[in-house]
Every structure is written in structure tokens, then in C-alpha cells.
Design a protein around this ligand. Structure first.
Ligand SMILES: [Zn+2]
Length: 68
């Protein structure tokens, strides 16, 4: 998504909780920047943070499937 769009999302979302179901790469003036942004709330993630989020989600998924 575009950088400006992620700023708008942040404004619209405010301080509501979000578990960031999808993060997208952010670009600015047609060039990719290094950050990712949640498509719902516009929270910024670095590449490392995005990977952490995915790993955390995988772990959570495994835990959930063990419970069932
Ligand atoms: Zn989010």
C-alpha cells in the first residue's frame, strides 16, 4: 500500500486493538520502503517485526491445533 494510505489508516483506526491479520509492504512515490504496514490499522512493522509476527502466529496455530 502507499505510505499516505497507511497514515490515513492509522488516523482512522485510532487506538483500537488489532491483531494485524495482514501486513503489506509500503511504498512511497512508487519506490518500496523497508517497512510493512497492517492493512487494517496501519501499524508499521520492520521486516524483522513482520517475521516475528508470522512466527508467533505459527506457534499460536500449533498451540490451538494441539488443544483441539
Ligand atoms: Zn493491525
Amino acid at each position: 500500500m502507499e505510505f499516505n494510505q497507511s497514515l490515513k489508516l492509522k488516523e482512522q483506526w485510532g487506538n483500537k486493538p488489532c491483531d494485524h491479520p495482514k501486513v503489506e509492504k509500503v511504498y512511497y512515490a512508487g519506490a518500496f520502503v523497508l517497512n510493512y504496514s497492517c492493512i487494517l490499522c496501519g501499524t508499521d512493522f520492520t521486516v524483522a517485526e513482520k517475521l516475528e509476527l508470522e512466527q508467533m502466529r505459527k506457534k499460536q496455530g500449533q498451540q490451538t491445533s494441539q488443544v483441539h
